[in-house]
Ligand binder design. Structure first.
Ligand code: E4P
Length: 217
């Protein structure tokens, strides 16, 4: 499973990239707002830092303006992936940009039917939102499972990008189901390493190494 980082925080991306944990990045208007920076400038900086796809989201909801924005975002760098909402306007833009060779990430997916439409429109990525479904007491992982089965039935090439990930358990479950990609906030990726037995085991080894006066170099 590929790891995308769901943030516009350059330092956080750099830190994870140095660990080899970044196959791509996703941003959205809320993350741009949180960063307090300009979308074009930030996207360019991220694209220079990361080799994989960097999703930058359009803000228009009407077709003509959305297409214009998508085309403009695509000029920032070759690895920009234009993110469009799961609306008919978004799917029209997806079809056009995909045919022109630009990667498109269709976002705000909450049903398997929506995911089928995105695949038919040529999306490179579909972003089903796990956490936001969990928030309304619908199991987000069931959606990832359904989309996986449907895409496999028809050999759709659209990659399942599990989004709105809130915990390390979400990462494990998405990987078990076979999501192609998971996009997670930096904290969640950092949390994946945590296990109390690793920490207590290490504490004991450190203590015993000191008692045994072990010196390696
Ligand atoms: C990523 O592409 C999505 O915009 C993001 O994962 C949404 O996450 P949230 O539901 O935690 O805001």
């Amino acid at each position: 499973m590929k790891f995308f980082v769901d943030t516009a925080d350059i330092d956080a991306i750099r830190e994870l990239a140095e660990l080899g944990m970044v196959d791509g990045v996703t941003t959205n208007p809320s993350l741009i707002l949180k960063s307090g920076r300009d979308i074009l400038e930030t996207t360019k900086e991220i694209c220079d830092l990361v080799e994989g796809p960097v999703s930058a989201e359009v803000v228009a909801i009407e077709f003509d303006q959305m297409l214009k924005e998508g085309k403009h975002l695509a000029t920032i760098a070759p690895n920009v992936c234009v993110k469009v909402p799961l609306t008919w306007a978004g799917l029209r833009v997806c079809k056009i940009l995909s045919q022109e060779g630009t990667k498109v990430n269709v976002t705000l997916c909450f049903s398997a039917n929506q995911a089928i439409l995105a695949a038919k429109a040529g999306a490179s990525f579909i972003s089903p939102f796990i956490g936001r479904l969990d928030d309304i007491n619908v199991d987000g992982m069931d959606l990832i499972r359904d989309i996986r089965e449907i895409y496999d039935n028809y050999d759709f090439e659209t990659e399942i990008l599990a989004a709105s990930i809130r915990s390390a358990n979400h990462m494990k479950d998405a990987a078990l189901i076979g999501a192609d990609v998971a996009t997670a906030p930096p904290k969640v990726i950092h949390d994946m390493i945590k296990h109390p037995l690793t920490q207590s085991g290490l504490d004991q080894f450190v203590k015993d190494a000191s008692e045994a006066k072990i010196k390696i170099v």
